[in-house]
Design a protein around this ligand. Structure first.
Ligand code: PMP
Length: 358
């Protein structure tokens, strides 16, 4: 029968499907909120919506595969040559394409753990091996141990800063020292999905690191600060040979015309969007301070989410927040990651957290 004749690649056997944050459960007339996927709570700006709607008028045509308008605008924005950009359907797709271009069975990819859940899946899909380096006791990236984990088989190192789900950043000196210590034939991926939420002045901009290091590639996204998660668009900045390899692995016409138009309009309305980010940062401070005042030890997040170390209480806590109509992201046995969302949603979450018997 067809079912029995289909043979999947061996490396798929233990690949767990990526489980995204769940949409809020329907609740009896009460509003419900989603704080489980680090999305931007603001609705689209009218100008961005208009640009996307306008692009939709031409849906019978393939998108501009060269994404000329968007890439020229990004190039001006970052003072980076157009040739050093690649686009894909979200920064997670860029990571998939990049790994596909660089690693295969027998190769190793080093990254800290816990970090973004997509990393082990993306690595497994290539048939390569993940080398997960535990975070330090205070939940930071352990660069000494990451350096020691690099072998002749290491092809890629992923550094997520700020890190998902802890929200902690890497500082300039430690990042530069690490980058210098990594052999130049190992590609360093700086995943900066939350870069626009960083306010810590000790953090170096990954784009400046890429300028001086041919083996560094930076991943950014329009999903978080720019509020385009539903359109799926992200960009990589890396030296030409690296991004050319990514482009070769990308799906033909992968980034839709609508996503390109919305991203372009977002860059044109960047001041307004970054003002919203600033409001989210202010709200983040309010949430963190309320949690600390209630006795929680919360890491110094530089993202649009907070991490709470709940250990064995993780699922009970998640259920209690869910009962208020708010979905959050549990990591069973470890803790929860809670996005900074609408003020009402944050208050419902804080209502549970601040009255939780510890
Ligand atoms: N990197 C990190 C660290 C993330 O948390 C996320 C989103 N959850 C992504 C990348 C992927 O973002 P996108 O594919 O939407 O650009």
């Amino acid at each position: 029968t067809p079912d029995n004749s289909v043979r999947f690649r061996g490396c798929l056997d233990d690949v767990a499907a990526y489980t995204p944050g769940r949409p809020p459960a329907a609740s009896d007339g009460k509003p419900s909120y989603k704080l489980s996927s680090n999305e931007n709570p603001y609705p689209p700006l009218p100008g961005v919506l208009a640009a996307a709607t306008d692009a939709a008028q031409h849906m019978n045509r393939y998108p501009d595969m060269g994404a000329v308008d968007l890439l020229e605008t990004l190039s001006e924005r970052f003072k980076v040559p157009v040739e050093d950009f690649a686009l894909a359907t979200g920064s997670v797709a860029l990571l998939y394409h990049l790994l596909q271009a660089v690693v295969t069975h027998g190769d190793e990819v080093v990254y800290a753990w816990r970090s973004f859940e997509a990393y082990p899946i993306a690595v497994q899909l290539t048939g390569a091996t993940s080398v997960q380096v535990p975070l330090t006791d205070d939940a930071r990236l352990d660069f000494k141990a990451m350096e020691a984990a690099i072998t002749d088989r290491t092809k890629v190192v992923i550094v997520c800063t700020p890190n998902n789900p802890t929200g902690l950043v890497v500082h300039r000196d430690e990042l530069l020292a690490f980058v210098e210590a990594v052999p130049s034939n190992v590609l360093i991926v700086l995943d900066e999905a939350y870069r626009e939420f960083v306010r810590d002045p000790e953090v170096v901009d990954g784009v400046d690191v890429y300028r001086d290091h041919p083996n560094v590639v930076v991943l950014r996204t329009f999903s978080k600060a720019y509020g385009l998660a539903g359109f799926r668009i992200g960009y990589a900045i890396g030296h030409e040979s690296v991004v050319t390899a990514i482009r070769k692995c990308a799906l033909p016409f992968g980034v839709s015309s609508i996503a390109q138009a919305a991203a372009l309009a977002s860059l044109q309305a960047e001041d307004e969007l970054l003002a919203r980010v600033e409001e989210l940062v202010v709200e983040r401070t309010r949430v963190v301070e309320a949690l600390r005042a209630a006795g929680w030890r919360v890491p110094e997040t530089q993202t649009n989410f907070v991490w709470m170390d709940l250990g064995e209480e993780t699922l009970d806590f998640t259920a209690a927040v869910q009962a208020e109509g708010v979905s959050i992201r549990p990591f069973p046995g470890e803790g929860v990651r809670v996005s900074i969302g609408e003020r009402e949603a944050n208050d419902l979450f804080l209502g549970v957290a601040c009255n939780w018997k510890k």
